[in-house]
Design a protein around this ligand. Structure first.
Ligand SMILES: Cc1cc2nc3c(=O)[nH]c(=O)nc-3n(C[C@H](O)[C@H](O)[C@H](O)COP(=O)(O)OP(=O)(O)OC[C@H]3O[C@@H](n4cnc5c(N)ncnc54)[C@H](O)[C@@H]3O)c2cc1C
Length: 493
């Protein structure tokens, strides 16, 4: 008698597999999945081992089973297998969650890998595109461009999955002009916890549509999005300046000037970021002409104390080259995807950093960050402000809770070899604490797409979804009362 047959027979005797060992769980699930002919990866196979490698090497998990569906019916059957066996079901698209939420965020989930749902079909007349959730951003951008030079607003890293990015935000270097990725979704096809397939849009299941755009992972397995597209702009000013703050007060002045500009003056055509690290850069894209660009940038650079000499560059790029300027490599992705880092990250989404908060941030940089020899960075994306398309969407139009955030701040600490020691968590936790302590009574919020493994469930719910959490929690009871789609930080967990 083979071990699988033996375990399958054993599992038959169990009232529920909730308390079963991982091997028993796997046998029961495998039996159910094979009855529905759902393709799975065998534990220990090369593909399985590769698929369990998260983007973040620091955080990996062992699933109960790993499905690779090729049809929507397979996804429905996989969800039914998970639900009937009380095994939580998790969709995985690009596997780029910082906390490996695409592998469940903990051991024992049934993973539904969306790699076979990566089609991109453009309707050039309507300027819409149906995009499978398993595609990676670089491939999606290339496919859109090949079909009538179309584009959508999305993040910068070409390996990120369109599924996770779009369901929880999606900020990139055209977002101040075109909105977040989720702001451009017209329709979503989703497999629900009860295994039915529905469409969510402004007119069909509008409350589900609301929840999926900001907290999607807790509400179903999304098979495809219908996006509105735009014709890619072909003459874009791509810039990068070196910034070298030499003291805490200089950094604080630089950030204060940038914050004022972003809140009050920055037009939607200007998209940019300050990357604070051992080598600090100020870079971005302007969708307009050089004369207007110079008129905007000259006073801004002066107020920030940034000179235009040295390694600075200002070039005019076509659309795909504009994307490549920020992609750290080619747009089109090789299979299997095999780029990884070892890191810990955090985020803050402030509307306004007070002078005290800026001073605390800058002092921590001077005293602690500059002495840290690991490859850390603090990225300030200029996300909001009066003229930003992101901020001009009503605060409660989607479940995304950070419409008023001026900066999207990403704190990142990584090592290039060896393991990340848990003792190092204190570096970024301390930096965020210093800023929070200097901002009494303010909850800046955090971005789930930069998932922070150090947050408790309650902290994650509070900071990722702020005032939207209560409504989301109520909708979870409606759409997934049995908690089929769960994870340590997801809505309802
Ligand atoms: C190198 C790098 C660069 C990044 N750059 C940016 C950036 O420029 N802008 C930005 O906004 N973010 C950026 N991010 C963050 C990124 O948006 C998130 O990590 C995102 O969640 C990744 O999505 P994924 O599909 O690749 O990940 P996954 O780990 O596969 O999924 C992330 C979450 O989404 C859920 N999910 C995925 N697919 C589905 C689906 N089909 N149905 C339901 N739930 C699903 C998963 O269950 C999981 O909870 C970056 C991340 C990395 C690692």
């Amino acid at each position: 008698m083979g071990i699988t047959f033996f375990l399958a027979s054993l599992a038959f005797l169990l009232p529920s597999i909730t308390n079963a060992t991982p091997l028993e769980k796997r046998a029961t699930l495998d039996d159910c999945l094979s009855k529905g002919s759902v393709p799975t990866l065998a534990a220990g196979s090369a593909d399985y081992t590769q698929s369990l490698k998260s983007f973040n090497n620091r955080v990996t998990f062992k699933p109960a089973a790993y499905a690779v569906p090729t049809t929507v019916k397979h996804i429905q059957d996989a969800v039914a297998c998970g639900a009937s066996n009380k095994v939580q079901v998790t969709a995985k698209s690009g596997g780029h969650s910082y906390a490996s939420h695409g592998l469940g965020g903990e051991d024992g989930h049934l993973i539904v890998d969306m790699r076979n749902f990566a089609n991109v079909t453009v309707d050039q007349t309507a300027q819409t595109a149906v995009i499978g959730t398993g595609g990676r951003l670089g491939d999606v951008a290339t496919a859109l461009y090949k079909q009538g030079k179309q584009a959508i607003s999305h993040g910068t890293c070409p390996g990120v999955g369109v599924g996770g990015l779009s369901l929880h935000g999606g900020y990139g270097l055209i977002s101040r002009l075109k909105g977040l990725t989720l702001d451009n979704i017209l329709e979503i096809e989703v497999v629900l916890a009860n295994s039915t397939v529905v469409t969510a849009s402004e007119t069909q299941n509008p409350d589900l549509f609301w929840a999926l755009r900001g907290a999607g992972a807790a509400f179903g397995i999304v098979t495809s999005f219908k996006f509105k597209t735009f014709t890619a702009p072909e003459s874009n000013i791509v810039f990068q300046y070196m910034a070298s703050p030499s003291s805490a007060s200089q950094l604080s002045t630089m950030l204060s000037a940038l914050q004022n500009f972003t809140r009050n003056t920055q037009p939607p055509e200007l998209n940019m970021r300050l990357f604070l690290s051992a080598f600090t850069t100020f870079s971005g894209v302007y969708y307009g002409n050089r004369t207007d660009f110079d008129k905007l940038m000259t006073p801004l650079l002066t107020s920030m104390g940034i000179s235009t000499g040295g390694f600075s560059s200002v070039t005019t790029n076509a659309w795909l080259d504009t994307l490549t300027s920020f992609s750290n490599g080619p747009l089109e992705q090789t299979k299997p995807y095999d780029t990884h880092e070892t890191f810990f990250a955090k985020s803050l989404m402030p509307e306004w950093l007070s002078p005290d908060a800026l001073t605390a941030l800058a002092k921590y940089w001077d005293a602690d960050a500059r002495a840290n020899s690991r490859a850390w960075y603090l990225l300030f994306d200029c996300h909001g402000g009066k003229a930003s398309a992101i901020s001009n969407v009503a605060a409660d139009a989607t479940a995304y809770a950070h419409r008023n955030a001026t900066f999207k701040m990403q704190f990142y600490d990584r090592v290039y070899s060896g393991e990340y020691d848990a003792a190092w968590f204190g570096f970024l936790n301390g930096w965020v604490k210093a800023i929070n302590d200097a901002s009494p009574g303010v909850d800046f919020g955090m971005y789930i797409n930069y998932a922070d493994t150090n947050l408790t469930r309650a902290e994650a719910h509070e900071h990722y979804w702020l005032g939207h959490y209560e409504r989301l929690s109520g909708l979870k009871q409606v759409w997934d009362p049995g908690h089929v789609f769960e994870g340590p930080q997801l809505v309802g967990s």
